[in-house]
Write a protein that binds this ligand. Structure first.
Ligand code: SF4
Length: 702
C-alpha cells in the first residue's frame, strides 16, 4: 500500500524515449514506480525495463567508498589524488596527454561541468563518450544537411504520419513505449509501417512491409528511392528551389545505380523494392525513423544523409507528420550533445572549428585554456592511450574495456596507462578492475539534474533516495577536482546553478543563428528548477518552449538552405571470407540494458531471454554442424564469445546476431561488441558495430 508521502516525478534512465516515472513510498518502506500519465513522452506507459526500476535500487554490488590503488580511501585523499595526478601529467606532457571518456548515462549538468573543465580549463578536447557508439553519425549527418545538429522530429509526428519507415531499428524492443504509441496510431488511423532491417525482428512482424536488406546496403536503398522519386515526379520543386542546395550532385550519385543494381546490392527483389518506392512516393506524410542499424556503420553519416536527401527532395520536413527522425539509444545522448560531450563539439551546440564559437564560449566561461582543435574520438582515444600519447584517462559511467570494439586492446591500453580514474556505481566492471582510482558515483534514484530525450524534451531526474554509502553526484566530483586543480568557475552549489549557467550560455550572443536556445531558463530559481515540467528546446526568452524546426524552410547554414549530400555507395570495410564467413550484428534484447549493471539485478527480466545466444539461419547452422541450443563459439580476429545457438529463419542467411548485454569482468573479450574491429565512419568516428565478419563453431562437448 502506498503512503501519503509525496510522489516523486522523475525520468527513466534507460532508452532515449525518456519516459516520465512516478515513484511512491509504500507503507512497508519500499518504493514503487509507475508511468507518469502527464509526461508527454509516455502518458503513463512504461515498458518491462522501466516498470522494474524499483527493483534496481538496493545497494548490492554498489561501490560505496573511494579506492586508491585497491585500498579504501576517504574523499579528500581520492580527490587530491585525482587532481594532483592530472596536474602532474599536464605539467610533464601537456593537456592533450589527459582524456575523459563519459557516457549517455551522465546527466546534462554532469556533462556540462566535465566539458567546461576539459575544453576551457585543462585545455584539451580529448573528451568523448560512449554516445559516439550510439548517434555520432546522426549528429554528423544533421550538421551536413542542416548546418546544425538539430533533430526536427517529435513523437507526435509518428502519430500524425500516414507512413512510418523504420530503418535499422528494432523499435518494439529498443524503444518500446514509442513503438506502443506507433501501434496505437496504426490501430486508430491506419498508419502503415515499413521496416528496413536484415532481421525479421518483433518490429518487422508488426509491419505492413519488411525489407530484409543485406547488412550495410542502406545507402544503395535510399539512393534508389531518391532516383525513383525523381523519376515519378515526386520532387517538391518550389521547396527545393527555395530551400535546398546540392540537388544535382546528390541526384547524380543516386542515379548511378539502376533499380536492378540496387536490387543486387541490397539483396532485395525488384518487386519488393518497387513496392517500397511506390508507397513512399505516394504518401506525403512520411516519417523515417532511424537508429543504430544506420548509425553504427563506416557509412553511417552517408546513410543518414541518404535518408535526409529523400525528405528534402520531397519537401517532407518541418511539417506535422513528416520528416527524418533519429532516435537515440541512451537516456541522455541528446543532453550530452547539448553541452558538448563529444570531442568535436563545444557547449550549447557550438563548434570547436568555429573561431567565433570558441571566442564566445571562452569569454562566457572566462576560460584560461580554450581548445582550438577537435580531440580524439572514442576508438582513437583508446588507441592513443595504447601508444602512450594519453597518459591519464578519467572514465565515467561506462565500461569501455568490455563494450568498445577491440575491447581486449582497450583493456591492454588501460593496463599500461599510468593513471586510470573510474567513476561508477559499481566496481564489478572490467574497466573498474583496471582503475588506479575508483570513485563511487551516485546512481539513478540518487541523482538530481536533467536529461534530454530523442525529441529534444528536457526532463528532470529527481532523487528518490540518499546516495548509497559515500557515493557522490558526478557534477560534484568534477567540480571538486577542478577547484583542487586551481580553476575558478566551478563553485556550483547545486545542479540548478549549473543548469542556469548552461541555459545562459545557450542564449549568450545567440542572435538567433543557433538552434539550441534554452535562455528562458537562465534565471530559473532553485524551487522552479526543482518543479520544472518537461519542455522542448528551443526555449528562447519571451517565446513558448518547443516550436517546429524548419517550418519556415530556414536552416542553420550560412545561406539558410539545407544541403542534399551526394552519397556514393560504399561497402562495409571488411567483407566475409572463407575464414570469416558470417556477418556479425550486435544489438539489444527487449528486457536488458547495456551491460546489465541494473537490469541484471531483476530476476523477472530474465524470463524473456535468460542467457546469451547467437541467432543463426538454419542453412548456416547446418553448414557448421550446429543444432538448436548447442553451445557455439563466435570468433573474430579480435576475440571470441561462447553462447547458445538459436536457429531461426528470422535471421538472414550469412548473418549472425548476438546480443550486446552479457559480459564477464574477469574474462578476456566476453562481450559481443568486443569482437568488432575498430573501423570507424570517416566523418562521424562511429564504429561499424553492425557488420563484422566472424566464424561460428560448435563447442566440442569434450
Ligand atoms: Fe524506459 Fe525507454 Fe522503456 Fe520508456 S521505453 S520505460 S524510457 S526503457
Amino acid at each position: 500500500m502506498v503512503t501519503d508521502a509525496p510522489d516523486i516525478r522523475t525520468t527513466c534512465p534507460y532508452c532515449g524515449v525518456g519516459c516520465g516515472v512516478i515513484a511512491s513510498r509504500t507503507t512497508d518502506g519500499r518504493l514503487e514506480v509507475k508511468g507518469d500519465p502527464d509526461h508527454p513522452a509516455n502518458f503513463g506507459r512504461l515498458c518491462s525495463k522501466g516498470s522494474a526500476l524499483a527493483e534496481t535500487l538496493d545497494a548490492d554490488g554498489r561501490l560505496l567508498q573511494p579506492r586508491l590503488h585497491g585500498r579504501d580511501a576517504n574523499w579528500d585523499e581520492a580527490l587530491d589524488a585525482v587532481a594532483s595526478g592530472l596536474r602532474a601529467v599536464i605539467d610533464a606532457h601537456g593537456p592533450d596527454a589527459v582524456a575523459l571518456y563519459g557516457s549517455g548515462q551522465l546527466l546534462t549538468e554532469d556533462y556540462y561541468v566535465a566539458n567546461k573543465l576539459m575544453k576551457g580549463f585543462i585545455g584539451t578536447a580529448n573528451m568523448d563518450t560512449n554516445s559516439r557508439l550510439c548517434m555520432a553519425s546522426s549528429v554528423a549527418g544533421h550538421k551536413r544537411a542542416f548546418g546544425s545538429d538539430t533533430v526536427p522530429g517529435t513523437y507526435e509526428d509518428l502519430e500524425q504520419a500516414d507512413l512510418v519507415v523504420l530503418v535499422g531499428s528494432n523499435f518494439a524492443w529498443c524503444h518500446p513505449v514509442l513503438f506502443q504509441r506507433l501501434q496505437a496510431a496504426q490501430a486508430k488511423r491506419g498508419t502503415r509501417i515499413i521496416v528496413i532491417d536484415p532481421r525479421r525482428t518483433a518490429t518487422a512482424e508488426a509491419a505492413d512491409l519488411h525489407l530484409p536488406l543485406r547488412p550495410g546496403s542502406d545507402v544503395a536503398l535510399f539512393n534508389g528511392l531518391l532516383a525513383h522519386l525523381a523519376t515519378v515526379g515526386a520532387e517538391d520543386t518550389a521547396y527545393v528551389a527555395e530551400h535546398v542546395a546540392g540537388l544535382d550532385d546528390a541526384l547524380a550519385a543516386a542515379q548511378a545505380l539502376s533499380v536492378y543494381e540496387v536490387a543486387a546490392v541490397t539483396g532485395l527483389d525488384a518487386i519488393t523494392l518497387t513496392r517500397f518506392f511506390d508507397m513512399v512516393a505516394a504518401t506525403q506524410r512520411v516519417v523515417t525513423v532511424y537508429s543504430q542499424g544506420v548509425n553504427q556503420s563506416t557509412a553511417g553519416t552517408d546513410k543518414v544523409n541518404a535518408i535526409i536527401n529523400c525528405h528534402l527532395f520531397t519537401g517532407r520536413i518541418g511539417k506535422p507528420g513528416m520528416g527524418p527522425f533519429s532516435i537515440t539509444g541512451q537516456p541522455n545522448a541528446m543532453g550530452g550533445r547539448e553541452v558538448g560531450g563529444l570531442a568535436n563539439q563545444l557547449a550549447a551546440h557550438m563548434a570547436i572549428d568555429s573561431a567565433d564559437d570558441r571566442d564566445r564560449v571562452q569569454r562566457f566561461w572566462q576560460a584560461p585554456s580554450m581548445v582550438s582543435t577537435p580531440g580524439l574520438m572514442a576508438v582513437d582515444l583508446f588507441r592513443a592511450i595504447d601508444r602512450g600519447e594519453v597518459k591519464a584517462v578519467w572514465i565515467m559511467a561506462t565500461n569501455p574495456a568490455a563494450s568498445l570494439p577491440e575491447a581486449d586492446a582497450v583493456a591492454r591500453a588501460l593496463e599500461k596507462c599510468p593513471l586510470v580514474i573510474v567513476s561508477d556505481v559499481t566496481d564489478q566492471t572490467r574497466t573498474a578492475k583496471l582503475a588506479d582510482i575508483l570513485l563511487p558515483a551516485a546512481g539513478w534514484g540518487e541523482k538530481d539534474g536533467t536529461v534530454t530525450n530523442s525529441e529534444r524534451r528536457i526532463s528532470r531526474q529527481r532523487p528518490l533516495l540518499p546516495p548509497a554509502g559515500e557515493a557522490r553526484a558526478d557534477w560534484r566530483i568534477i567540480c571538486d577536482v577542478a577547484r583542487r586543480m586551481g580553476f575558478a568557475g566551478f563553485d556550483f552549489a547545486s545542479p540548478a546553478a549549473i543548469f542556469r549557467e548552461h541555459a545562459q550560455l545557450s542564449a549568450f550572443e545567440n542572435g538567433g543563428t543557433r538552434d539550441f536556445d534554452i535562455g528562458a531558463y537562465g534565471a530559473v530559481e532553485d524551487a522552479a528548477y526543482d518543479a520544472m515540467l518537461p519542455f522542448q528546446w528551443p526555449a528562447p526568452k519571451d517565446q513558448p518552449p518547443g516550436g517546429r524546426f524548419f517550418a519556415d524552410g530556414g536552416f542553420f547554414t550560412g545561406d539558410r538552405r539545407a544541403r542534399m549530400v551526394a552519397t556514393p555507395v560504399r561497402s562495409p570495410v571488411e567483407a566475409p571470407s572463407d575464414t570469416w564467413p558470417l556477418r556479425l550484428n550486435t544489438g539489444r534484447i527487449r528486457d536488458q540494458w547495456h551491460t546489465m549493471t541494473r537490469t541484471g539485478q531483476v530476476p523477472r527480466l530474465f524470463s524473456h531471454l535468460a542467457e546469451p545466444f547467437a541467432e543463426l539461419h538454419p542453412a548456416d547452422a547446418d553448414a557448421a554442424g550446429v543444432e538448436d541450443a548447442d553451445l557455439v563459439t563466435v570468433r573474430s580476429p579480435h576475440g571470441q564469445v561462447i553462447v547458445r545457438a538459436l536457429i531461426t529463419d528470422r535471421q538472414q542467411k550469412g548473418s549472425v546476431f548476438v546480443p550486446m548485454h552479457w559480459t564477464n569482468p574477469y574474462a578476456s573479450c566476453a562481450h559481443a561488441d568486443a569482437l568488432v574491429a575498430g573501423h570507424v565512419d570517416p566523418v562521424s568516428g562511429q564504429p561499424e558495430l553492425k557488420h563484422m565478419p566472424v566464424a561460428v563453431d560448435k563447442v566440442d562437448a569434450d
